[in-house]
Design a protein around this ligand. Sequence first.
Ligand code: NAD
Length: 342
Amino acid sequence: MVVKVSINGYGTIGKRIADAILKQDDMEIIGVAKKTPDFNAVIAFKSNIPIYTIPDNVKEFEKAGISVTGTIEDMIKNSDIIIDATPKKVGATYKPLYEKYGKKAIFQGGEKHSLVEVSFNALSNYNSALGKNFVRVVSCNTTALCRIIQTIRNRFEIKKVRAVIMRRGADPHEIKTGPIEALVPNPVTLPSHHGPDVNTVIPDIDITTTAVITPTTRMHLHVLSLSMQERVTRDDILNALVEAPRIIVFDAKLGFSSTASIIEWARDIGRLRYDIYEVAVFGDSITVQNDEVWLMYAVHQEAIVVPENIDAIRAMFELERDGFKSIEKTDKSLGILSRWPL
Ligand code: NAD
């Protein structure tokens, strides 16, 4: 079966997922929904991706030289599944339309857990999404937390997790958000929403998080502390992370000492839009003191959830029942690494 996928909300996340679907052999992109004929619409059109819009805007698209295939409702009817990547809380308003036509849908981290049957992270709970109709791929920060925590708990018993999340203030293309000169506790009270969000995927982990918004646009950075139930060594943790998919342990001796060098690496190896799908662990930060493990890692917010959406489609249509095989297939298609240098 080749699954017919459409994208509602062709922005930061939506356009990356569309490009990723073009690289799969078990799914195809049947269209994207756009409201305005901006440069993103032109790029999609020139890549032969069918464009759908609202009825009132068809003429505007045609004036810009973009042929429109139909309305957003037509797009939903023509799809097996809709990837909803509209802004936070807008996705929920579309759910009745997806239900009306009996279609499956994947929502993103800006929507509530209560909207869906399963909140998803491929490494943590692939099986829970098998055959489901409504799934939410958790946010960029929660995805990174789940990957790291699940990888370590697959080998060792964790007593509790505490994390400080330094969040990017805006995505690089955004001009209306900040801060430009401030560090903003987000929120000033504890916990931030990330810990409870991890619990929607991994219910039985004791986790508390706190977050700070920072004047940077390219990546988040997490400082993670895990109290372990059993004694572990630094090598135990290092090996677990090195051997896991979608996590790269970077070495400071090669110059990986900030988010800037991680981004530069992605540009140098030729990643489209410098997309980093992997959690980028600063290997030298991994420290074990008595029963405590500490580490720091960076998260490219625009890209990390892209492979998770591909795996979620596979699980929902049961194209692959084994999560690790789906991860392997997705990673091969997108050039996702588990170590570097190889
Ligand atoms: P975005 O603003 O970059 O893109 C949203 C797109 O949806 C835009 O193209 C916009 O024009 C379009 N849109 C707006 N209203 C619409 C409507 N009513 N119908 C159809 N399209 C509409 O947003 P984004 O950053 O891609 O975020 C999308 C989702 O992904 C959110 O839930 C967000 O929380 C989540 N997410 C974002 C990031 C990130 O860092 N950007 C990371 C992980 C998850």
